[in-house]
Ligand binder design. Structure first.
Ligand SMILES: [Zn+2]
Length: 79
C-alpha cells in the first residue's frame, strides 16, 4: 500500500497519510480556542504509532476507532 506523505508545518514530522497526520494533532479545534497542538514523538509512541525506515509516522496496527480499515478477520462466524 502506498502512503501519501504529509509533513506537519508545525512540528516538521512526516506522516504516512492524512490519518496518521490527524492522529498527531490533539486538543480542541475551534476558532476561539487555538489549543490544538502536536503530539510529541514520545506521545505518539505511547499511542502505538511507529516510524518506518524513512522516518514517517505510521498509525498503530490496531485502530479500534477506525471504521474504514478494510481489515477482514478470518474468524468464521459460528452462530
Ligand atoms: Zn505536528
Amino acid at each position: 500500500m502506498k502512503h501519501t506523505r504529509s509533513q506537519c508545518a508545525c512540528c516538521k514530522q512526516v506522516f504516512a497519510g492524512t490519518k496518521a497526520f490527524d492522529a498527531h494533532r490533539v486538543g480542541p479545534y475551534t476558532r476561539k480556542q487555538r489549543k490544538r497542538r502536536c503530539l510529541t514523538c514520545k506521545e505518539m509512541r505511547l499511542r502505538g504509532m511507529t516510524q518506518n525506515e524513512q522516518g514517517w509516522w505510521l498509525l498503530p496496527a490496531h485502530q479500534p476507532n477506525t471504521a474504514d480499515a478494510p481489515d477482514r478477520t478470518d474468524r468464521s462466524l459460528t452462530a
